[in-house]
Ligand binder design. Structure first.
Ligand code: GDP
Ligand code: ZN
Length: 456
């Protein structure tokens, strides 16, 4: 039994089409009460998964739109429950009246993500697929779309499940031998478990190695704009983002807060953080900003070190250069290329490896910067799309699984008894189960029955 949820599924602005969505035991009855098919046959008696033309009724029973409706009976629906959808015109007023009608038929407002949560609870999606739904909606680059779409189709889930299945086999075999001594089952050998553990470890290491790429494709690259006051950080941020966001001033040290802006560059999203100048200061407000910018640098994947190319380097530039070096990757941006050059490019290139001459004022050189970013953060095109770990939750679970497998290997090598080794295997399984949302107890039991035919 599940209560009936309803929501406006489309964006809350006027558009060509708007969709009302329903799921739950009463979904089809509720939709049927507020939608009158032109054919005269009630919606609830129509065929599954067909578009039916008719009139949408408001809370007072009056016609508020000409629309299309579709019903999908459990379990052949997104949520696995009875569902209905009404596609009407994308008028926020029509949609809210339509929703009100559905509430009067006993539906309640769906919570954020509740349709997808129900899909997970009914086994229509695993957890990685459920996460991919949100990632796909939020995707800002073609690479992010490919990754989320692949993950949604189950690519990551299958990759995890292959490891999971290998370990479930081991556990199931062990329990079968132990719990059903009367059955004729091959005895349990430590070579079998050793081989399974080796394979699991290798697969998990490979999986964890995808996290770097997955993280920047899906979440963007944390990127700090470093440089002394007046080097042109805020101007550059504005040039990159394409609109005015940070306050640009002529007074040094006025960018006191860090601001984060997102821009697409070289196929990835840069999460740009403009910082207060990285210089020592007596001013407490500014000191807070400086402190924050140090934190930002420590957490960044990339520092864009901005230098004013039209003036000789100063002590403050030197400090900024030293601090930018704390980031794992640095691109030195020699800004203000529209003015005569006053710095030694060769020296800077030797020091930082990556250097780009740019002008925040004219936009010159930003395409070359995009090329450098693409080189540092390759998205890999179609290759591996969908099978990367993309968020901290997934990576933490995979890491715990790997640690458990390594512990099991150590225990096995030390000659510890099989059941002690299997405790580690079980922990590894539970970590992998968290990743996809699988439940080990059920899976081991099911495997015992299907693979070893115990009890027939
Ligand atoms: P920040 O303190 O590093 O954030 O520097 P700002 O972005 O506030 O810029 C400081 C000054 O340099 C401002 O007067 C900008 O107009 C100027 N500026 C920034 N970039 C350029 C550039 O590419 N060319 C020229 N000519 N001036 C620039
Ligand atoms: Zn600034």
């Amino acid at each position: 039994m599940s209560d009936t949820i309803a929501a406006i599924a489309t964006a809350p602005a006027p558009g060509a089409i708007g969709i009302l969505r329903l799921s739950g035991d009463g979904a089809i009855a509720a939709a049927s009460a507020v939608f009158r098919p032109a054919s005269g046959l009630p919606l609830a008696e129509q065929q599954d998964r067909r578009l039916i033309y008719g009139a949408l009724l408001g809370p007072d029973g009056s016609v508020i739109d000409q629309a299309l409706a579709t019903i999908s009976r459990a379990p052949h629906s997104y949520t696995g429950e009875d569902t209905a959808e009404v596609q009407c015109h994308g008028s926020p007023m029509v949609l809210s009246l339509g929703l009100e009608s559905l509430f009067r038929q006993g539906a309640r407002q769906a919570l954020p993500g509740e349709f997808t949560k129900r899909a997970f609870l009914h086994g229509r999606l695993d957890l990685t697929q459920a996460e991919a739904v949100a990632d796909l909606v939020d995707a800002e680059t073609p690479a992010a779309v490919r990754q989320a779409a692949g993950q949604l189709s189950g690519v990551l889930g299958r990759r995890v499940r292959a490891v999971y299945d290998g370990l479930v086999d081991v556990l199931a075999h062990f329990h079968a031998v132990l719990d059903y001594p009367d059955e004729e089952i091959d005895p349990f050998r430590s070579e079998t478990i050793g081989g399974a553990l080796d394979r699991a470890r290798e697969a998990l290491e490979g999986l964890l190695a995808t996290y770097d790429r997955g993280r920047y494709i899906c979440g963007g690259v944390p990127c700090v704009l470093a440089g002394r006051p007046n080097a042109g950080k805020s101007s550059l941020l504005n040039a990159l983002v394409g609109y005015e966001r940070a306050i640009v001033t002529d007074v040094p040290g006025t960018t006191r807060d860090t601001v984060e802006e997102r821009c697409r560059l070289g196929g990835v999203v840069l999460r740009l953080i403009d910082t207060a100048g990285l210089r020592e200061t007596e001013d407490t407000v500014e000191r807070l900003g400086v402190e924050r910018s140090r934190c930002a640098l420590a957490a960044a994947e990339l520092a864009l070190l901005v230098l004013d190319g039209s003036a000789p380097l100063t002590v403050e530039d030197e400090q900024a250069m030293e601090q930018a070096a704390a980031a794992p990757r640095v691109i030195c941006l020699v800004n203000k290329s529209d003015l005569p050059l006053a710095v030694d490019l060769e020296r800077l290139k030797r020091r930082f490896g990556r250097l780009c001459v740019v002008s925040a004022a004219t936009g010159e050189g930003l395409d070359r910067l995009a090329g450098q970013v693409a080189e540092l953060f390759p998205t890999g095109g179609d290759q591996g799309a969908g099978e990367l770990l993309t968020n901290a939750r997934q990576a933490a679970a995979a890491r715990r699984a790997l640690e458990s497998v390594e512990r099991a290997q150590t225990a096995l090598a030390a000659g510890v008894t099989a059941d002690a080794v299997l405790t580690d295997v079980e922990q590894g399984l539970s970590a992998l189960g968290e990743l996809t949302g699988a439940s080990i107890r059920e899976d081991v039991t099911a495997r015992i029955f299907e693979r070893f035919c115990v009890g027939k």
